[in-house]
Design a protein around this ligand. Structure first.
Ligand SMILES: Cc1ncc(COP(=O)(O)O)c(C=O)c1O
Length: 368
């Protein structure tokens, strides 16, 4: 007989397979409807199995951040973008050592990264595509200066076997509720149009303009120059994504199943999921709410504080009173961090446990 959710040992990360499939389908349909290339970021799931589902639905390739992610994903993909500066000879060599059947592209924003990547690519005798990264407002990586970006693209063209393929940016500064993103998206559209125009005038038309995130997912088509988008979180979604309306609460596929272990202190319930199960990520976005996750079906109940193995549910804004021994499912603030805390994920359909899979690209995979 198949196992039921209630038979699992807690805390345990659980994915609703129907919701997952719906999330994958919806993004794939959006990409098709707007003639956008979907290159999902796998940092959220770190699983070749889910990556295969994304590719099967039409994703043009995958996006990774770390060499280990790229190595693990090379089992299922033949087109990989590493959207992270390839700085350091060890990192660059590891990327260049990916199977030569992989079409490899790397995003970068410095001369040093070009040097490291070009040397590694030459030694491995393989072509490597390059996106030059632009800062479009997040102020993390990417050159804020278009002329500097053009100079980097020229430097790439002079460094065979590197090949200039396009430009990339990450709109991580746009975290408002979906309906309030207009002003920032307009500014982004204008800045992008200007950058693309100046690259064209310099004779370096970017074949690919790669952007996109989960908060801006459904508005990507309003950025006129974008050809490719790289959402990651959308596969599972999380409390942050639902709170800003980039998904419905019913689209949150990932929860941490936990057991109420104490209600001794009035006004609260203690669950067996603390920060070692839920992470300690704050809510992000314009009007960041409190807590470290909320209860599926009772989004007003948040994990107010945590110890390592205790999570304190604040019941003050709810009439719901869970009993000791009752199971609850917590939607984390930022799902990517929570996935990375786990070796394996359980897949359920309704209340029935159907499958499980390893978080295969978890960790660094260093040979120490
Ligand atoms: C470079 C890059 N691209 C894409 C993504 C995916 O964005 P999201 O998590 O909003 O789906 C991220 C997320 O951190 C990123 O850093």
């Amino acid at each position: 007989m198949s196992r039921q959710l209630a038979e699992l040992e807690t805390p345990v990360p659980v994915v609703d397979l129907d919701r997952l499939a719906r999330n994958l389908d919806r993004a794939a349909a959006y990409a098709t409807a707007h003639s956008l290339a979907l290159r999902p970021h796998i940092k959220t799931h770190k699983s070749p199995r889910i990556a295969s589902e994304q590719l099967r639905r039409g994703a043009v390739g995958l996006t990774c951040a770390t060499p280990f992610e790229a190595e693990v994903m090379s089992e299922v993909a033949d087109d990989i973008l590493v959207a992270y500066p390839p700085v350091g000879s060890v990192r660059a060599a590891r990327l260049a050592a990916l199977p030569d059947t992989i079409k490899l592209t790397v995003a970068l924003d410095s001369g040093r990264a070009i040097d490291d990547l070009a040397r590694a690519a030459r030694e491995a005798d393989r072509p490597v595509g390059v996106y030059v990264e632009l800062d479009m407002g997040m102020h993390r990586v990417g050159t804020p200066n278009v002329e500097e970006a053009i100079a980097l693209a020229r430097a790439v063209c002079e460094r065979r076997p590197l090949e200039f393929e396009g430009i990339a940016f990450y709109p991580g500064h746009v975290r408002e509720p979906v309906g309030d993103q207009g002003a920032k998206l307009e500014a982004l559209d204008a800045a992008l149009g200007n950058a693309i125009g100046r690259f064209e005038q310099a004779g370096l038309r970017p074949a690919v303009v790669s952007g996109g995130s989960t908060p801006t997912l459904w508005n990507t088509h309003e950025l006129s120059g974008v050809t490719e988008f790289r959402p990651g979180t959308y596969v599972y979604n999380d409390r942050t994504t639902a709170a800003i309306g980039a998904c419905d609460w019913d689209d949150c596929a990932f929860t941490v199943l936990a057991t109420v272990v104490s209600t001794a202190v009035p006004g609260q319930a203690v669950i067996d999921a603390g920060c070692k199960a839920l992470g300690r990520e704050p809510m992000r976005g314009a009007d960041a709410a409190e807590g470290f996750g909320c209860v599926l079906g009772h989004p007003e109940v948040v994990v107010k504080t945590m110890s390592e193995e205790h999570g304190i549910l604040d019941l003050s804004s709810s009439s719901w009173r869970p009993a000791v021994g009752e199971m609850v499912r917590v939607i984390p603030n930022h799902v990517c961090i929570v996935v990375h805390l786990n070796d394996a994920i359980v897949g359920v359909r309704g209340e029935t446990v159907e499958t499980s899979w390893p978080v295969a690209a978890r960790g660094r995979g260093y040979a120490l």
